[in-house]
Ligand binder design. Structure first.
Ligand code: ADP
Ligand code: MG
Length: 699
C-alpha cells in the first residue's frame, strides 16, 4: 500500500473516533482524501490594519491591540460582553453575545492581542462581533503574514475539536508526514509547457499559502490538472473511435432522399439545416462510426433533419430508428413522419410500451425480415426482443432524458455499431459541450425557420390571477388554445398530482362546460389516456390543456398560443425555455405567462427576468450555467467529467482551452500514450478513467 492510501485514522491526532467521524461527515477515508480536502476560502492575515485606518467598506479585518476596558451590558437574552481594544491609533469594540464567560478569560490586561473578524459599522462606531482572538507574538511572524485556510466542517466534527482550525492542524501533520513522498502526477513536458509548479508544492500552497501569488499558482496547477485529464480522457476516446472503430458506409444518396427532397419537402430548408445535413452526410460516408451531437433550439427543425438523414440510411439499404423520451412525443414523431412521407413507399412503424401484443409481434418480425425500414418509439426500442436485420443509424431525440447505459444498449444491436445521432434542444454552452460531449462530434442548428415571432413573455404573480384568466378567455374567444403547466415536484407522484389537481379544479371552475373543455395530462396516467387527451387538444376539441411538465418536450400544437406556467420559480431555466417553445409555432402572436408566487427570492426573480428578456436558448443556457453552476445542468450530473474540485467551466474557460489543446497535441503524435515521456500521464489517466465516464463511453 502506498503511504498516501493509509486509512485516515492512522494519522497522528486522528485515531478511531475522529477517523470514524471524518469518514461519515466528510467522506475522508484516507490520507489522500484529506490531502485533497481543500479550504473553501482563506482569511487574509497578511495585513494588520491600524484601527485609525478602518473604513466602512472593509469586510474582514485583522488588527492588534491591548485591552482598555471590558463591560457586560444588557440582561437576559440581551446580555453581551463588550471589550474595547486600542492599538495606539484608535479604539475598537469587540462584542460577544454568547460564550461571555469564555470570552472574558481570553484577555489579560497587559498583553497585546491579534484580532480577526468581520467589521461592523454602526452609528459612527466600529465593532467586530465574535472575533477570533489570539495572543500577538511578533516573533511568530510566519504564521501571521499568511492566508489562513478555512475548511468547512460540521457540528459533529466541531464537537470533537475538528472545526476549521482542527482540520487545518491535521492537514499540517499530514503534509509533514508525506514530506518528499508526494509523487508528481504530470509529465515534465506538460509542466514545462504550462509553466506549472510541482504537485507537492501545489498541495502545500493550496492548504497553507504564504501569499496570494503562491495560492494562485497552486490553484492554477490543480485546476489545470483536473481539466487536462478530463480532456485527455474524452479526446483519447474520440481519437480511438476515429482511428479504430468501424462503421457502416453509407455511400450514396439515392431515391428515398431525392424523392423526398424534390417532391415532399413542405418548405425550404434553413441554411443551418442544410449545413448540418452536410456535416452528418460526411460522417456517414466514411468507414467510421458516427457519434454526433446535434444541438438546436426548440423549434429549430431538428426532426426534419433527422428524417432526411434517416432516408439516407434507407438509400443504402439500412434500417433506422428514432427514440423519443416520451410516448406522446414518439406518437407525434410518428404522425409527422407518416404525413411527410405520405405517397412514398416507406415502411414506418411505431413501437411503444402500449403497443398491443399482436402488433408488437408483427413489428418485431418485420424488423427481423427487414420489412420495417423506419422504427419510431420510446424506451421500448431498447428492449432485448427488439432485434433488427440491419440497423444502420440510430437517432436519439431530446438526449438528456436518456442515460449512458440506455444508449449503450442500442449500440450493441448490431455487430458493426450503427451510426448515432443524438439530438438535444437543451442548448449547452459551447464550453460545456466540449467537456461533457468532448468525445462526440458536434453540430448546431443556430437559425430558426423564417417568420417565427418571439413569444411575448410576461411575469405575473399570484395576485394577478384574475387578469390572467380574462386574458386566457380573450385568446380562446379568438380561437386559440392554452396550456397551463404545473411543476412536478421531486418526482413524487403525490405532490405532482396535488399541484395539478388543485390547479385543474380552479381552471375548470373558471372555464366551465359546456362553453369550455379542459384536458388534463400528467405522468402517472396510462399512456392510452394521455394519448387520448393529447389528441383531443391537438384536434381542438379542448381549449385548455392542464398538465405537468410531461408536455415539456417536443409537443407540437401550432394553434396553441398561450403557455401559462404556474409556480414558474420552481422550474429551471432550460425547462422554462422548453415549455415556452411549445407556443409560437403558428402564425399568431404567442404568449408565455410566468406565474410566480407573491414571495419569491431574488435569485428566482433573476431567473424569471432572464426568461422575460432573453429568447435565444443558447444565451439562456449560458445564464443558467452562471446562476446554477454546471453540476446542475440537465443530464450532465451523471457525467463524472463535471465533478471538478477547483476548476470552473466559466471562470476557467481559457485554461480549459489550453488543457484541451495540449491534450489534443499529445494525442496527435502519441494516441495511446506509449511514449516514455508520457509515462506519468498514461499511468494517471488509467487511474482516473474510472471517475471520468464520458457520455458516449460504451463498453
Ligand atoms: P425541434 O427542433 O424543436 O424538434 P421541430 O423539428 O419540431 O423542432 O420543428 C418545429 C416546427 O418547425 C415544425 O412544425 C416543423 O415542421 C417546422 N419546420 C422545420 N423546418 C422548417 C423550415 N425549414 N421552414 C419552416 N418550418 C420548418
Ligand atoms: Mg423536437
Amino acid at each position: 500500500m502506498k503511504l498516501i492510501e493509509t486509512p485516515i485514522e492512522y494519522l497522528k491526532g486522528v485515531g478511531p473516533v475522529r477517523g470514524d467521524l471524518l469518514r461519515k461527515e466528510l467522506q475522508i477515508f484516507t490520507f489522500e482524501d484529506l490531502l485533497y480536502y481543500f479550504p473553501f476560502r482563506y482569511e487574509d492575515r497578511t495585513i494588520i490594519y491600524r484601527i485609525k485606518s478602518l473604513n466602512p467598506s472593509m469586510n474582514y479585518v485583522q488588527v492588534i491591540g491591548k485591552v482598555e476596558m471590558m463591560e457586560t451590558l444588557g440582561s437576559g437574552r440581551n446580555l453581551r460582553l463588550h471589550v474595547y481594544i486600542n492599538d495606539g491609533t484608535g479604539r475598537l469594540e469587540l462584542v460577544w453575545f454568547q460564550g461571555l464567560k469564555w470570552a472574558k478569560q481570553l484577555f489579560k490586561s497587559d498583553l497585546t492581542y491579534l484580532v480577526y473578524g468581520k467589521l461592523n459599522y454602526f452609528n459612527g462606531t466600529y465593532s467586530i462581533p465574535h472575533p477570533e482572538v489570539e495572543i500577538y507574538d511578533p516573533s511568530n511572524g510566519d504564521d501571521i503574514k499568511a492566508l489562513y485556510p478555512v475548511y468547512s466542517s460540521t457540528e459533529k466534527l466541531k464537537s470533537r475539536g475538528l472545526g476549521s482550525k482542527g482540520i487545518s492542524k491535521l492537514v499540517k501533520t499530514l503534509l509533514l508526514t508525506l514530506e518528499g513522498q508526494i509523487q508528481e502526477s504530470l509529465d515534465e513536458m506538460v509542466i514545462d509547457e504550462m509553466n506549472l509548479i510541482s504537485l507537492s508544492k501545489a498541495l502545500q500552497f493550496i492548504h497553507f499559502p504564504p501569499d496570494q501569488f503562491s495560492l494562485e499558482s497552486a490553484r492554477l496547477r490543480l485546476k489545470f490538472e483536473e481539466l487536462f485529464y478530463a480532456q485527455l480522457s474524452v479526446l483519447q476516446l474520440k481519437h480511438q473511435r476515429k482511428s479504430f472503430s468501424h462503421g457502416h458506409t453509407f455511400q450514396k444518396v439515392g431515391k428515398f432522399f431525392n424523392e423526398f427532397y424534390e417532391h415532399h419537402l413542405p418548405f425550404a430548408l434553413t441554411n443551418a439545416q442544410k449545413r448540418v445535413i452536410r456535416e452528418i452526410r460526411a460522417d456517414l460516408r466514411g468507414p467510421r462510426q458516427m457519434n454526433r451531437l446535434l444541438q438546436g433550439d426548440v423549434g429549430s427543425g431538428k426532426t426534419l433533419v433527422a428524417l432526411m438523414v434517416m432516408l439516407i440510411a434507407l438509400d443504402n439499404n439500412y434500417q433506422t430508428c428514432l427514440m423519443a423520451p416520451t410516448e406522446i412525443l414518439a406518437q407525434q414523431h410518428y404522425n409527422t413522419f407518416l404525413e411527410m412521407l405520405s405517397g412514398m413507399e416507406v415502411e414506418v412503424r411505431l413501437l411503444t410500451g402500449s403497443t398491443r401484443q399482436a402488433e408488437r409481434q408483427e413489428i418485431l418480425n418485420g424488423l427481423l425480415e427487414n420489412r420495417v425500414q423506419i422504427l419510431l418509439g420510446t424506451h421500448a426500442l431498447i428492449e432485448d426482443q427488439v432485434q433488427f436485420a440491419n440497423l444502420g443509424l440510430v437517432v436519439i431525440d431530446e438526449q438528456h432524458r436518456f442515460g449512458v447505459e440506455q444508449r449503450a444498449k442500442l449500440w450493441i444491436k448490431n455487430n458493426i455499431p450503427p451510426h448515432v445521432l443524438v439530438m438535444t434542444a437543451t442548448p449547452i454552452p459551447r464550453t460545456l459541450a466540449m467537456t461533457v460531449y468532448g468525445d462526440l462530434d458536434y453540430s448546431v442548428i443556430d437559425e430558426m425557420p423564417p417568420g417565427r415571432k418571439p413569444v411575448k413573455t410576461i411575469l405575473f404573480t399570484d395576485s394577478d390571477r384574475l387578469m390572467v384568466f380574462s386574458f386566457m378567455k380573450r385568446q380562446i374567444a379568438k380561437g386559440s388554445q392554452v396550456y397551463v403547466v404545473y411543476p412536478m415536484i421531486n418526482d413524487s407522484d403525490k405532490l405532482e398530482l396535488k399541484f395539478l389537481e388543485d390547479g385543474y379544479i380552479s381552471v375548470t371552475r373558471e372555464f366551465p362546460l359546456p362553453e369550455y373543455a379542459v384536458s388534463k395530462v400528467h405522468g402517472q396516467m396510462k399512456p392510452q389516456d394521455k394519448e387520448y387527451e393529447m389528441q383531443r387538444f391537438q384536434k381542438g376539441e379542448t381549449q385548455i390543456m392542464v398538465s405537468t411538465s410531461v408536455i415539456e418536450v417536443g409537443v407540437d400544437v401550432p394553434n396553441a398560443t398561450v403557455m401559462v406556467i404556474e409556480n414558474a420559480e420552481r422550474f429551471g431555466l432550460s425547462q422554462l425555455h422548453q415549455l415556452r417553445g411549445r407556443v409560437g409555432r403558428g402564425d399568431n402572436e404567442s404568449y408565455c405567462i410566468l406565474m410566480a408566487s407573491d414571495k419569491i427570492t431574488s435569485d428566482a426573480r433573476a431567473r424569471l427576468d432572464t426568461m422575460v428578456n432573453i429568447h435565444d436558448g443558447f444565451k439562456i443556457a449560458d445564464v443558467d450555467l452562471i446562476l446554477r453552476g454546471p453540476g446542475d445542468l440537465n443530464g450532465t450530473r451523471q457525467s463524472g467529467i463535471m465533478k471538478f474540485r477547483l476548476a470552473d467551466l466559466i471562470e476557467d474557460k481559457d485554461l480549459l482551452d489550453k488543457a484541451r489543446n495540449l491534450a489534443d497535441k499529445i494525442l496527435s503524435y502519441d494516441p495511446l500514450l506509449t511514449q516514455p515521456q508520457h509515462a506519468i500521464v498514461a499511468d494517471q489517466l488509467k487511474n482516473k478513467r474510472k471517475d471520468l465516464l464520458p457520455l458516449s463511453m460504451i463498453s
